[in-house]
Design a protein around this ligand. Structure first.
Ligand SMILES: NC(=O)c1ccc[n+]([C@@H]2O[C@H](COP(=O)([O-])OP(=O)(O)OC[C@H]3O[C@@H](n4cnc5c(N)ncnc54)[C@H](O)[C@@H]3O)[C@@H](O)[C@H]2O)c1
Length: 252
């Protein structure tokens, strides 16, 4: 389905990003996987090696614009085109960081730096190359259910996840005529290292499950397959929206 297509995934060394890279490879795409964690990238590369797809693995901190730009230059030199960009790299907040009046500036800048600035750099340099190829493409931002609602104590996370929805809508409006679609996918509670703190605490997990109509957490694979479907021709007129993958959480 994605034969001769090139997919870039940030934060591909773990969780949703790793599952997304594998999903796209299984559907025939070539992969450029980016992460700041070299070990995670190595693990994903090993999994991709079994899929027999061309893979470029780049250790990059998405919060460093010049490094992200250099990575996209490498991707262009390697593959000569980019079809899909999944801006997935992210870090979470912790309620222990404090309410907004007490939020340390350092924490604010760290989370906004990765989740918003990093997503912006990824989209900006990805778009440049999509526009050069003239074949269109799809940008997917991994937002969150926190892109629509809030939770006390994690204001930078909530703000960053709302912000990428606005960025995605703007890109959809700016580049629709070039056949570039832009989408925001909003995972609910998905089992990844990011949510270990929730899934390993029975009381917290119980609270989450009580608020989730499907009464379970999701798997990274369930987000990955939805991202791939949104990037496919099955969703060829889908752009600018916000798409929860949350077992019904936002419906209640
Ligand atoms: N797991 C969930 O329940 C959930 C829910 C909503 C949204 N999300 C979002 O999904 C995305 C993926 O999260 P996950 O659950 O797979 O988490 P994860 O911690 O398993 O994976 C995140 C990956 O991003 C990488 N990363 C972090 N900062 C980076 C940086 N500055 N530069 C490059 N790479 C960096 C990490 O090294 C890691 O490999 C995040 O944006 C997260 O906010 C996750």
């Amino acid at each position: 389905m994605f034969e001769n297509k090139v997919c870039v995934v940030t934060g591909a060394g773990s969780g949703i990003g790793q599952a997304t890279a594998i999903e796209f490879a299984e559907r025939g795409a070539k992969l450029a996987i980016l992460d700041r964690d070299q070990e995670g990238l190595k693990a994903t590369s090993t999994m991709l090696a079994g899929k027999d797809r061309d893979t470029l693995s780049l250790t990059v901190d998405v919060n460093q614009a010049s490094k992200v730009e250099a990575a996209f230059t490498r991707i262009d030199e390697t593959f000569g085109r980019i079809d899909f960009v999944v801006a997935n790299a992210g870090i979470s907040g912790s309620p222990e960081d404090g309410l907004t009046a007490d939020m340390p500036l350092e924490t604010w800048h760290k989370i906004i730096g990765v989740n918003l600035n990093g997503a912006f750099y990824t989209a900006k340099f990805g778009l440049k190359q999509m526009l050069n190829s003239g074949d269109g493409g799809v940008i997917v931002f991994i937002s969150s259910i926190m892109g629509q609602i809030s939770n006390p104590g994690i204001s930078p996370y909530v703000a960053s996840k709302h912000a990428v929805v606005g960025l995605s809508k703007t890109i959809a409006a700016e580049y629709g005529a070039q056949n570039i679609r832009s989408l925001a996918v909003a995972p609910g509670f998905i089992e990844t290292p990011m949510t270990d703190i929730i899934t390993q605490d029975e009381a917290i997990l119980g609270g989450v499950l009580a608020m989730t109509p499907m009464a379970r957490t999701g798997k990274a694979q369930e987000v990955a397959s939805f991202i791939a479907t949104l990037c496919s021709e099955d969703a060829s007129f889908v752009s600018g929206g916000y798409y929860p993958v949350d077992g019904g959480y936002l419906a209640t």
